[in-house]
Design a protein around this ligand. Structure first.
Ligand SMILES: [Zn+2]
Length: 314
């Protein structure tokens, strides 16, 4: 009998960095003043793959003629409320949502970034632009997504529909809302045995945190990313609770984290890259103590930390 050979294949580190809460919030703030009150004139979809089932079979066209009332966000989901429907967009790994004014010049080409993504101030629809929305004032809202992990959803705007949607998508505590308080945060630790990095990436724990802000929050709280959730003392949980809001707030303040790939809805790059303490800084000195930042892999995700500021055990 042949021996069983176990081969463990590690997924390669994704080249693209997914937009997280601060990036989506920056896009939301950029879009909101432009979109509210406008009519959604028409919608053109060139690739059905980015449409969730709820948005297929012409259901997206049902939004035509409706006025945009609010532009909100939950976790990494952008929610555009129309008169009778919600248009929900998740940017996935490489999604861009930009406004285009056809009277203004488009960029001649995209700039290639270190992470493989492309950006420009304003672009004409191209083969990666899968949803074109014509607005009442002649401008366009374009959804461009090279890798097509982004998704567009349509929901009827009836009571509890939105709540049910986010329950289905397992979204946990929403930072910056009254629901995000210490007691609910501590309750989230119950029955969770994951390593801290994995816990933070779990959207059912706190919504909107991804790879960048998970690393930054653990550095801010002085916690080793490989520690298991049950090993935390209460005071450490309290530090983490505050750290998450601190790093997300910083991210929003600086317009999202820019790897030359994230652009807000007006085509401007975020500037948070210089404000990161550990993410993407492997081998560079810790900004607090000078120890070189270490990069390791936890749950198949590249994880950055300072071995001095974030010891395995205090
Ligand atoms: Zn340090």
């Amino acid at each position: 009998m042949e021996p069983l050979i176990q081969v463990r294949i590690l997924a390669p580190e994704p080249v693209f960095q997914m937009p997280e809460l601060p990036e989506v919030e920056t896009i939301r703030r950029g879009l909101e003043p432009h979109l509210i009150g406008l009519t959604l004139q028409s919608l053109t979809v060139t690739d059905q793959k980015v449409l969730d089932l709820s948005a297929r079979d012409g259901r997206l066209a049902g939004l035509e003629g409706q006025r945009i009332e609010t532009v909100t966000r939950r976790g990494k989901y952008l929610v555009i409320a129309l008169e009778r429907h919600y248009l929900i967009i998740h940017l996935g790994m490489t999604g861009q949502l930009t406004l285009r004014d056809p009277r203004l010049p488009d960029a001649k080409s995209f700039e290639r970034t270190v992470t493989g993504l492309e950006w420009c101030e304003q672009h004409a629809p191209d083969r990666h632009t899968h949803v074109h929305i014509l607005l009442g004032d002649g401008r366009q809202l374009l959804f461009r997504d090279i890798r097509k992990f982004g998704r567009v959803y349509v929901l009827e705007r009836v009571s509890n529909e939105l709540l049910a949607f986010f329950e289905t998508h397992h979204l946990g505590l929403e930072p910056f809302t009254p629901d995000y308080h210490l007691e609910s945060f501590l309750a989230g630790f119950k029955n969770r045995t994951l390593r801290l990095k994995s816990l933070l990436l779990n959207q059912a724990f706190v919504a909107g945190v991804g790879n960048i802000y998970a690393d930054e929050a653990l550095f801010e709280a002085g916690l080793h990313p490989a520690r298991k959730a049950p090993s935390l003392r209460r005071v450490e949980k309290e530090r983490l609770f505050l750290a998450i809001q601190t790093v997300l707030e910083r991210g929003i303040e600086f317009g999202g984290t820019s790897f030359r790939d994230f652009v807000n809805s007006e085509g401007e790059k975020g500037t948070n890259q210089e404000k990161l303490y550990v993410y993407g800084r492997e081998g560079e000195p810790c900004l607090k103590c000078g120890t070189p930042i270490v990069k390791t892999v936890i749950s198949q995700r590249g994880t950055h930390f300072c071995p001095s500021c974030q010891p395995r055990r205090r």
